[in-house]
Design a binder for this molecule. Sequence first.
Ligand SMILES: [Zn+2]
Length: 320
Amino acid sequence: MKKLISSILFMVLTVTVSYGWKLADYGDLKFQKANANVYIMHGPAEEPSVKNQGFMNNPAFIESKNGLIVIDPGGNYNVGKKVLEEIEKVSKKPIIAVMNTHKHGDHWFANVAIAKKYPKVPIYAHPNMIKEVKAGEADKWYGILDRLSHNLKGTKPYKFPNHELKDGQKIDIDGQKFLIHHPKKAHTDTDIIIEHLNSSTIFLGDNVMKNRFGGFDESSSILGNIALLENIKKDTNAKLYVPGHGPSGKKDETIDPFLNYMKILVKYAQKAYDNDEEYYTVKPEAIKALSAYKNWDAFDHQMGKHLNKAYREIEAKDME
Ligand SMILES: [Zn+2]
């Protein structure tokens, strides 16, 4: 009898523990231990939508002795509340810091949910991000995400980052050591790459995406992004690499698909440029060469724009 009761109790506990955020067709979303004291909830690797409620990034947290350090809590207030609930299922420790990888709202608009519970929490980002989100980037992203997800309620007023992290800076938060890298221009000109030294984890932000494509906006550089990833491959050997969207993993399996995508784009853009042709003349060939990526989310409407961007960068470089 005792055995029966304890096995029922065990089952009940198991069910309780495995329960996560049930989001549309995405199953049970929850934080998983990814490496040492690093937990990640990988969002759906696709465009923001009504179905995914605007949740499609990879919120993460690091557990220190006395608290939790959250990286990129998500794209709106409602998502942030869910992320917070899921964090609390793993650890009841307070959130003692937040870090934002870059200016795009799908990564940081959920700051507002964290700050509602922890009004004094320091939020760290690169100074360029702090400047640009206040100068209009937040409103621009509010428009994009509201149109696509219809789930921005409660996101304004924004909770902007309020502490600066610069290139090469080392920071210790409750015994957790971070080394910050800022590529001048890669995914944007506001990015930080966060190296968590205790666990040997590198948070790449949107300098790497897997299984989905996002935009390369005016502040980005495809050539800069390629150079950055080649340096990361050469200079680092971490245990875990975390992209801004899509699954985390070892160095090459995480970085190579996106890096090779950009290199193929540049190869065809260069060919068109050398032949004095417009970028779209090589588009059919480039699509063939990129067949491995055709199932990545948003390939059809992003790839042509990316090829055009690569072409314009090659042209600009040639004019220098
Ligand atoms: Zn981004």
